[in-house]
Design a protein around this ligand. Structure first.
Ligand code: SF4
Ligand code: FES
Length: 267
């Protein structure tokens, strides 16, 4: 259903009337035809609470079921529904149409990722880079070795030690930071803000003892030293993670200025 849409601020709502926007959806199917990227426009009604994902699903339900989009939780938790929304990376389920203040909402696949179809991109490289930095507590012992008085004890950690890394543990692997990163756009081997932030999440964890092997991965021309500190990763993160700061902390750690836990926690 192609429509000609005028851009501009969203119209004010009069009592008893329903507002609508033009939802402009990028369409492509690289497996079928690599050269064609087009846009389809759909007129979609919205309420104050309607999200971009709601609007896309309305299109799929009533106008064109062939639009490809990935989503799951619809509550900013699973990290599946990232896309470019009016030129900026965002979670479709966490972005309200009303707050965009625009009569045209353009949705495109996330930048810096290969397109599968329409709005769905491939996350293989995101997950591979994430695995590279060993995103787990690396220790020789297990909690099963830590039994006292017949009871299994968790690895103890003080509130101050938790504070060192807890914001980085909020990452939902949505890839918005990688999509916003200008370095990712020019260096396909760059580990990226998501993986580097997760490297810091474990380097900063007092319970971890695998820092040396993890730091070997990130101390590389495609690792922490490739970041130009544009800071756009931190601006788009929907979970309040600050990947740019994590990369700074890792650099400080490598240069001997601290920025991580000692890694000698034997508790
Ligand atoms: S750091 Fe933020 S933007 Fe990047 S993947 Fe994690 S939650 Fe998404
Ligand atoms: S659908 Fe899960 S984060 Fe949007």
């Amino acid at each position: 259903m192609a429509l000609q849409a005028a851009s501009g601020p969203a119209p004010a709502q009069r009592p008893g009337t329903q507002r609508s926007i033009t939802l402009r959806i990028a369409r492509s199917n690289p497996a079928h035809d690599r050269s064609t990227v087009g846009f389809d426009d759909f007129e979609v009604p919205y309420e104050k609470w309607t999200t971009v994902l709601d609007a896309i699903l309305e299109v799929k339900k009533r106008l064109d079921h062939s639009v490809a989009v990935r989503y799951s939780c619809r509550q900013a938790t699973c990290g599946s529904c990232g896309m470019m929304i009016n030129g900026r990376p965002g979670l479709a389920c966490f972005t309200k149409i009303d707050e965009l203040n625009s009569s045209v909402v353009t949705v495109e696949p996330l930048q810096n990722f290969p397109v599968i179809r329409d709005l769905a991109v491939g996350f293989d490289s995101l997950f591979e880079n994430h695995r590279e930095v060993k995103p787990y507590l690396d220790r020789d012992d297990t909690e099963l070795d830590n039994i006292a008085d017949g009871e299994l004890k968790e690895y103890p950690q003080s509130p101050e030690e938790l504070e060192q890394y807890i914001q980085f543990a909020n990452c939902i692997k949505c890839g918005l930071c990688n999509a916003a990163c200008p370095t990712m756009a020019t260096d396909s081997s760059f580990l990226g803000p998501q993986a580097l932030a997760q490297a810091y999440r474990y380097v900063g964890d007092s319970r971890d003892r695998g820092k040396d092997s993890r730091l070997k991965v990130i101390d590389d021309s495609h690792g922490i030293w490739r970041c130009h500190f544009a800071g756009s990763c931190s601006q788009v993160c929907p979970k309040g993670v600050d990947p740019a700061m994590g990369i700074q902390m890792l650099r400080g750690y490598m240069l001997g200025f601290g920025g991580g836990s000692s890694g000698n926690n034997q508790k």
